[in-house]
Write a protein that binds this ligand. Structure first.
Ligand code: NAP
Length: 565
């Protein structure tokens, strides 16, 4: 069938209201809107929060700060980089939120977003190759492309503990922290959860509370950040040549210029090994994940790093029993995301802080006056849940994106996510999942991941416009091959065998899928480049309806937004 014949047979169609709907005004959404507008596309942004910021808007709990160095946790736009001055090596949430507001203003993206607006669904219409997007504020728009910059760690897990509704004190979640100040003085505060959010909030609240009780299920390897003021000379040097540093970041497996390991553990002498461990500890943070080249795959090598960190915990915590409870012993370091802290272990030397090991003494229920564990009751005025997110699929499920048959992306992912490059999934044309499962995602600096993905998507849309294509979706064979590649790359990793939010476990046969692509950013980019060089190999374009849209200039300003339908 020729294009002319298909046009004659096709129904009369009006063009979609927008070229792109961008969901989420975090660091990805801000960049996406700017890039798409620059490309001449019409953009409609939706954000549930009251302003820009994404996770940095919602996670405003005390102590919240990033664990990527600020030199790299930035947009590598010459003007933006030069005009901003970070205060700290690891900035706090308020500073990051100010930065994202500054970037949103400078990039002039705010006017494209509808804030306090929850996307209630999107439905694909094959006859017009467009989605209809609905919101809780009554807006309904149609769009050619749907770009999810809603993040992989943005749907909070609900604290569904028995009795939670009976609690007569105040309770909060770190991931949905209120905007108003909370007075902890003289209060008995409990924190459930000791991941990155828990570690930070515990450290910050301990000096403010009357009493602080930490409920720990799994001890985490928590590494001091070695935070301090930003080195303005170093920052200034990067500002003089942002492109060069950006290039180096894209050539780094983690998308940020942290030290990389150079040798396997047993290629060092005992003395050298001890020295390199101390060097990494002194550098701080995620550098502890990169002491030896084989620590992620060789248990003996990993044991050396794990035991080194446990020895530091024993040095930092005065009470030996508390130190032991805080020491992770049953999984290798790096197999769950490292926590990065500023004085976490020392917090347990405070008179007003105590630790409850809920692995051995589980929470039975929340009572009107506190927490009942198997062995006793803890009286509390305030309860804080730092229990994490429904990672990878949560935000996407929340957005309720449906294809023409009414199914949702994760309906096809019962045995683990299946994507092409982590960006698209079959049967969902024109839907882009930024930093999705199958991309490096949570394993790398989110600035690097988001910008790389959005540039790829924008270039792909540009390619489609050049060729008058209106529909793209991955070929199932390409998706299968990429999904297999993602699995192969992680097959030797120790972390595949440890349960955490990055591993999908099929309970019937205990098969596991490591959801992010663990091959590093350069390998990922190389594959993306190869795909582009081969004419977007693995993507299927459908031009059937292109001709039907003649008269509708692709990229023209939208003039019809249906309100309230
Ligand atoms: P998380 O790492 O998933 O930690 C959740 C914590 O809550 C764990 O200690 C978990 O225990 C505990 N928990 C969950 N359900 C529980 C239950 N029913 N009863 C008792 N304990 C329960 O979540 P997160 O701390 O929010 O961090 C998630 C990710 O967000 C991080 O890995 C990081 O990528 C990102 N993040 C980054 C920063 C930063 O940049 N500094 C800060 C915050 C978050 P188990 O381990 O036993 O499941």
């Amino acid at each position: 069938m020729t294009t002319t014949e298909s046009a004659r047979d096709a129904p009369e169609l009006s063009p979609p209201d927008y070229d792109v709907v961008v969901v989420g005004a975090g660091l990805g959404g801000i960049y996406a809107v700017n890039r798409f507008v620059k490309d001449g596309l019409t953009v409609f942004g939706v954000e549930a929060g009251g302003d820009v910021g994404g996770v940095w808007y919602h996670n405003r709990y005390p102590g919240a700060r990033v664990d990527v160095e600020a030199y790299f946790y930035s947009y590598f736009d010459e003007e933006l980089y030069r005009e901003w001055q970070w205060q700290e090596r690891y900035p706090t949430q308020p500073e990051i939120l100010r930065y994202l507001n500054f970037a949103a203003d400078r990039l002039d993206v705010r006017r494209h977003f509808h804030f306090d607006t929850w996307m209630t669904g999107a439905k694909w219409h094959p006859e017009s190759n467009s989605y209809t997007v609905t919101t809780d504020t009554g807006l309904t728009v149609t769009t050619r492309f749907l770009v999810m910059t809603s993040g992989q760690l943005s749907k909070p897990r609900k604290p569904n503990f028995a009795g939670i509704d009976d609690f007569e004190g105040e309770w909060y979640q770190t991931s949905q922290w209120p905007e108003h100040d909370i007075d902890f003085s003289g209060k008995r505060v409990g924190v459930v959860g000791t991941g990155s959010s828990g570690v930070q909030t515990i450290t910050a609240i301990a000096p403010l509370a009357g009493e602080l009780v930490v409920f720990q299920r799994t001890a985490n390897y928590t590494i001091p950040a070695v935070n301090g003021p930003i080195d303005s000379q170093r920052y200034g040097q990067i500002a003089e040549g942002v492109d060069a540093t950006w290039g180096e970041m894209l050539a780094h497996p983690g998308g940020a210029l942290t030290p990389l390991p150079t040798r396997a553990a047993f290629d060092y002498s005992d003395v050298e090994r001890a020295q390199v461990l101390e060097e990494r500890w002194a550098y701080g943070g995620h550098a502890m994940n990169a002491v030896f080249t084989d620590q992620g795959t060789n248990m003996a090598s990993n044991d050396i790093v794990s035991e080194f960190v446990r020895s530091k915990i024993r040095q930092l915590v005065d009470d030996p029993a508390t130190a032991e409870t805080l020491s992770p012993v049953d999984y290798p370091i790096g197999s769950r995301r490292l926590c990065v802290c500023s004085g976490y272990y020392e917090t347990f030397n405070r008179e007003n802080v105590s630790l409850v090991d809920i692995k051995n003494d589980p929470i039975v229920r929340i009572t009107p006056s506190g927490v009942q564990t198997e062995s006793g009751h803890v009286d509390l005025d305030v309860l804080i849940f730092a229990i994490g997110f429904d990672a990878f699929t949560g935000a996407l499920d929340n957005a309720n994106v449906a294809n023409e048959r009414g199914s949702h992306p994760s309906d096809n992912w019962k045995r683990g996510p299946r994507t092409y490059l982590g960006l698209m999934t079959t049967e969902f044309p024109n839907l882009f999942i930024v930093t999705g499962p199958g991309s490096p995602s949570v394993l790398i600096n989110f600035f690097a991941g988001n910008v790389q993905h959005i540039d790829f998507v924008a270039d792909l849309i540009g390619y489609m416009n050049e060729h008058a294509y209106t529909r793209v979706e991955p070929d199932v064979r390409a998706q299968d091959a990429w999904t297999q590649h993602v699995a192969d790359v992680s097959s030797r990793l120790l972390r595949l065998n440890v349960e955490n939010y990055m591993v999908h476990v099929n309970r019937d046969d205990n098969t596991r899928v490591f959801m992010p692509f663990a091959g590093g950013l350069p390998a990922y980019i190389a594959r993306c480049d190869e795909i582009v060089a081969n004419g977007y190999e693995g993507f299927v374009f459908d031009e059937t309806f292109a001709a039907a849209l003649t008269g509708a200039s692709l990229g023209a300003q939208a003039d019809s937004v249906v309100v309230g339908s």
